[in-house]
Design a protein around this ligand. Structure first.
Ligand code: EPU
Length: 314
């Protein structure tokens, strides 16, 4: 439980921007999850800095919420403060060209699809790999989001972060270790005082024929619509593809699990690596289905799938 003095500070500083006992189901694309003790949508980087520094100093846990697209919050909810960065920090703009590279600055809260559209409209090549991936720029960098055509590691030039003691630091891509669906910046993201928060980033794109980029974009989006249950409530692909090149979706499909359900959670009939909320699911249903899928795939193929979705809360 949060101390009264901290609650009072939060209320005084953020007023109507604070919501108490806010259901996380309203902020995740899986549409499940219990309440956040407090929820604040910050308007800008300065508000973010103040809030993170205060939480870290007072030992109040804080959780950075971006798109909520790759997130499973348990039914007991989240202790401390959930800080929503997707309502502020949304700016996307071009920076002066650096030789061949055409840089674009994007706020962590900017929608990844808005960034893809911005690139297309400006005749910039390099973001089409991310077409159709839901979420925010900050979330996509944190997860090194990607598809068979590329990932964030391929376009990020530098990242600006906020450290728990309230300092802004900038790191180049050679100081950033991206891997399959993850990212580490030694000395920054491993800070034990609290989570470092991405504020914005510079992406390096290249010149392209606007018509070509647009045509390619249309084809990729069409393909995605056919292959994936894009309108269902889901967190995208639920499991990471296991090492060795096999696809988790294919293994789950071959194990005969398409359509398998637990309560309101079901394995998508369209793409087996999507667990969908059919309407009334609780986080517990999704977690139980996740375990059922892992056990069946392990028994059938000897492969233990690991979730790509981040699972948090109590
Ligand atoms: N497959 C099946 N049954 C299924 C699903 C897939 O047999 O139900 C087969 C497909 O026919 C294909 C193979 O599995 O031969 C691979 O499928 P797909 O092309 O859909 O790729 P994926 O490995 O399942 C990855 C990413 C997706 C991304 C696609 C397209 C991961 C975990 N998934 O999926 O990302 O959209 O490639 O590039 O890396 C996400 O991260 O949330 C996500 C959806």
């Amino acid at each position: 439980m949060m101390k009264t003095a901290f609650q009072q500070w939060l209320q005084d500083r953020f007023g109507e921007q604070v919501r108490w006992n806010e259901p996380m189901a309203a902020h995740t694309t899986l549409r499940v999850g219990g309440p956040a003790e407090a929820y604040v949508a910050v308007a800008d980087a300065e508000a973010l800095r103040e809030l993170v520094a205060k939480c870290a100093a007072e030992n109040v846990p804080y959780f950075i919420l971006a798109g909520g697209t790759n997130l499973l919050v348990r039914d007991g909810g989240l202790a401390g403060v959930v800080i929503d960065v997707k309502k502020g920090l949304k700016d996307i703009r071009r920076l002066p060209a650096r030789e061949e590279a055409l840089p674009v600055a994007a706020g962590a809260g900017a929608n990844l699809q808005a960034l893809c559209r911005f690139a297309i409209e400006n005749g910039l090549d390099g973001m089409n790999f991310a077409l159709g991936i839901p979420g925010t720029v900050g979330g996509a960098i944190t997860m090194n989001a990607g598809t068979a055509r590329g990932d964030m590691a391929g376009v990020v030039a530098s990242i600006r972060l906020l450290t728990p003691d309230g300092r802004f630091v900038e790191r180049g891509k050679n100081e950033t270790r991206f891997d399959y669906r993850g990212m580490v910046i030694p000395g920054v993201t491993d800070d034990r005082r609290g989570q470092a928060v991405i504020v914005d980033a510079v992406l390096e794109l290249s010149a392209a024929d606007p018509e070509e980029v647009r045509t390619e974009a249309d084809a990729l989006l069409q393909e995605r619509l056919l292959m994936q249950p894009t309108s269902a409530w889901s967190a995208g692909c639920f499991f990471k593809n296991p090492p060795g090149g096999e696809s988790a979706g294919r293994l789950i499909d071959q194990a005969g699990l398409k359509g398998q359900s637990v309560g309101g959670a079901a394995v998508s009939e369209r793409h087996a690596n999507f667990i969908i909320n059919t309407g009334q699911a609780r986080a517990a249903d999704i977690l139980a289905l996740m375990e059922l899928v892992r056990t069946k795939v392990a028994d059938t193929f000897g492969v233990m799938l690991e979730p790509e979705v981040r699972i948090v809360g109590e």
